[in-house]
Design a protein around this ligand. Structure first.
Ligand SMILES: Cc1cc2nc3c(=O)[nH]c(=O)nc-3n(C[C@H](O)[C@H](O)[C@H](O)COP(=O)(O)O)c2cc1C
Length: 163
């Protein structure tokens, strides 16, 4: 039986996911991309995986650069998520100009001030699967920025808050 992409997307939409912005650097510029396909792989050593689609700027950045960061988005940040997911956006530098952010101490990549947590990573392995690359990284720094805030979730094609 062949499962179609739309059918699969609809089924997987039932798996509520936290929403993140992954950041790195491409041609000397900060780049960011909204992602939900992140997964903790192991605790010792702390290892994180992100799945990045072919053809995106982030895929290019993460092939060329071994470091990246993750900002875990808080409830209410759907505007930020939508902006960093839109194709043909003019420049991530312009998007960042509207937001509070700082540079992670370990990698120098952008971490959004509003994030619940900032996670900095150094890539260990890349695995090409279908039209995505799994980028598997050692976590080199973590910082919980807002221990009380609720998460931004993505569920059945919509952004939601808990509850
Ligand atoms: C809720 C949501 C989750 C997403 N998760 C991922 C993801 O995990 N991996 C990925 O490659 N793209 C993901 N995307 C798509 C990218 O954010 C978007 O297509 C990409 O930024 C556009 O390509 P560009 O960066 O080259 O402009 C997601 C989009 C949305 C709206």
């Amino acid at each position: 039986m062949v499962v179609g992409a739309a059918e699969y997307r609809a089924a997987m939409g039932n798996l509520a996911a936290g929403v993140c912005v992954v950041t790195s650097e491409l041609d000397g510029e900060d780049v960011g991309m909204t992602a939900t396909a992140l997964c903790s792989v192991s605790l010792e050593p702390p290892t994180l995986l992100v799945s990045v689609g072919d053809g995106s700027r982030m895929a290019e950045a993460l092939v060329r650069t071994d470091t990246w960061a993750v900002s875990v988005l808080p409830a209410g940040a759907e505007g930020t998520a939508a902006r960093f997911a839109s194709r043909n956006r003019p420049s991530d530098r312009l998007l960042l100009a509207d937001l509070g952010w700082h540079r992670g101490a370990a990698t120098g990549h952008v971490i959004l001030d509003a994030a619940l947590a900032g996670i900095e990573c150094r890539t260990r392995q890349r695995v090409v699967v279908a039209d995505h690359t799994l980028v598997i990284a050692t976590v080199v720094a973590v910082r919980t920025l807002d221990p009380r805030g609720g998460p931004l979730l993505h569920f059945r094609g919509r952004y939601r808050a808990l509850g």
